[in-house]
Write a protein that binds this ligand. Structure first.
Ligand SMILES: Cc1cc2nc3c(=O)[nH]c(=O)nc-3n(C[C@H](O)[C@H](O)[C@H](O)COP(=O)(O)OP(=O)(O)OC[C@H]3O[C@@H](n4cnc5c(N)ncnc54)[C@H](O)[C@@H]3O)c2cc1C
Length: 439
């Protein structure tokens, strides 16, 4: 085992600034992986071998801090489904991931963990979580144990500040030392949840090496609503509702998913999925009871109200999916008395109420931002990276994997799968010895 790492159960690594390594090192590494998140750790495990010297440089006191909070600490590792289905869960980035996902599928990931003693089980929505009482920390411990077994060097509290590229080598500079390597893997993550160490350093490092970086922003973030009318209804949720996003009266995206009212907007998988596209001023239409067919829902609601006769509208329309408190608020917003009966509802009032139920327009004020976003949209431009190796086209020997890339997936395990699959693909190219323009 390397002397500057502690065991996987501890998960905290000695600060190499106290280990005396302050000067230029003599070792020439096969690969230096910058960032000890899931992408970096897995890439290291896969690239390890007798002839390879692999070093992970991690800026935090320990690796995998974001991994530990995934799935609320339970780690939603991946999802059920074919790779064809997976490709549809990364917005416009799916096509780019084809080679990575085909090379290392969801089933391969599950087998890897199973072979190392951690079993996963899919829930009713197809999300894989560790079986029994397994947690995200178990996932991290397993990866760290595998790194230790493979003889990978891990140095924590070593933020990489600069990378210099000469013809056949890279110099990687931290505050403590300058390391020399044949390959560099940028696995620094995105810019969301900065407290975990992912603060967007990778974008700066990539730009300095000449790689284009697309505009970045929070993704999988709760959506903030201007003049939000439901702040008293925090916690009320709706299953499987259609959400349509309009910009300048043009529909630009539509998704279907569960949502939940927050104090200042909407969250839940449906809102998180569409959040990567929203801009301030967009109109987000939500069909609270629209189901798959809005026209049919309108007809059914009209019939329900007609059948309600002298019963109160609120009683007739509320149910498990549309709580009374929500209907009362819609009556208020439509200017209809809360005790109005179906028989006394004017046609205009009825139409206004039905429109709110089937197609409520929210004006987007923004998203909750990086502090709580689960992913970052944008990053190292996909067309600057070789899809089959994750190597930069213009900088042989430089690889970009995981969330530092312009890739963000839906909730459901798609982001971790992308981190593992891109890590595996880069490792394959490094091991083959064909990186660094040697293809
Ligand atoms: C609250 C939350 C819950 C989530 N839940 C899920 C889930 O259940 N399933 C799922 O699929 N995805 C989930 N995600 C997303 C998922 O965690 C990320 O997509 C994934 O961690 C990305 O992996 P990565 O290795 O690319 O980057 P990261 O995990 O961000 O790791 C990057 C590492 O690089 C280090 N680093 C950064 N800059 C430097 C530097 N200059 N020098 C050295 N090291 C550096 C960081 O400290 C960090 O350790 C969740 C995200 C959040 C915030």
């Amino acid at each position: 085992m390397n002397t500057n790492t502690t065991g996987p159960t501890d998960m905290t690594y000695e600060d190499s600034s106290t280990s005396g390594d302050t000067a230029e090192t003599d070792t020439i590494y096969t690969a230096i992986i910058i960032g000890g998140g899931p992408a970096g750790l897995f890439c290291a495990c896969r690239a390890a071998g007798e002839k390879q010297r692999i070093l992970i440089l991690e800026k935090m006191p320990s690796c995998g801090r974001k991994l530990c909070i995934t799935g609320a600490g339970k780690c939603n590792l991946t999802h059920t489904g074919t790779m064809a289905d997976f490709l549809s869960h990364y917005g416009d980035g799916g096509k780019f991931l084809r080679s990575a996902l085909m090379n290392f599928k969801n089933t391969d990931l599950l087998v890897f963990f199973q072979e190392h003693g951690l079993d996963f089980i899919a829930d009713e929505n197809g999300k894989y979580f560790p079986k029994d009482d397994g947690t995200a920390k178990d996932v991290l411990s397993l990866l760290l144990a595998e790194c230790t077994r493979a003889g990978i060097e891990i140095r924590c509290r070593e933020p990489v500040r600069a990378i210099e590229h000469t013809d056949d080598h890279f110099s990687v500079k931290t505050g403590n030392a300058t390391y020399t390597t044949e390959n560099v893997v940028l696995a620094t993550g995105g810019a969301s949840y900065p407290a975990t160490g992912s603060t967007g350093d990778g974008y700066t490092l990539a730009k300095r090496l000449g790689l284009p970086v697309t505009e970045t922003g929070p993704a999988l973030a709760a959506i903030l609503i201007r003049d939000y009318p439901f702040h008293t209804l925090t916690g009320i949720s709706f299953d499987n509702v259609p959400l349509s996003l309009y910009r300048d009266t043009k529909k630009i995206r539509q998704v279907t998913g569960d949502i939940i009212f927050t104090i200042n907007g909407i969250s839940g998988p449906g809102a998180l999925h569409i959040s990567r596209y929203v801009q301030k001023g967009d109109i987000l239409h939500v069909g609270f009871v629209a189901g798959a067919d809005e026209g049919r829902a309108r007809k059914e609601l009209t019939a329900t109200i007609a059948d309600g006769k002298n019963r109160q509208v609120n009683t007739v329309l509320s149910g498990t999916e549309t709580p009374a408190r929500f209907i009362l608020r819609l009556l208020e917003l439509s200017g209809i008395p809360r005790d109005a009966t179906c028989a006394h509802l004017t046609k205009n009032d009825r139409n206004s109420l039905i429109r709110y139920l089937t197609d409520f327009p929210f004006t987007v004020a923004g998203t909750e931002g990086y502090a709580t976003a689960m992913a970052t949209r944008g990053g190292v431009a996909r067309d600057a990276i070789r899809q089959k190796t994750m190597e930069a086209k213009a900088v042989p020997g430089l690889f970009c994997i995981g969330e530092v890339l312009d890739i963000d997936g839906d909730t459901g395990g798609y982001n971790l799968q992308a981190a593992f699959s891109t890590g595996a693909l880069a490792a394959k190219a490094i091991v083959s010895g064909k990186s660094g323009g040697k293809t």
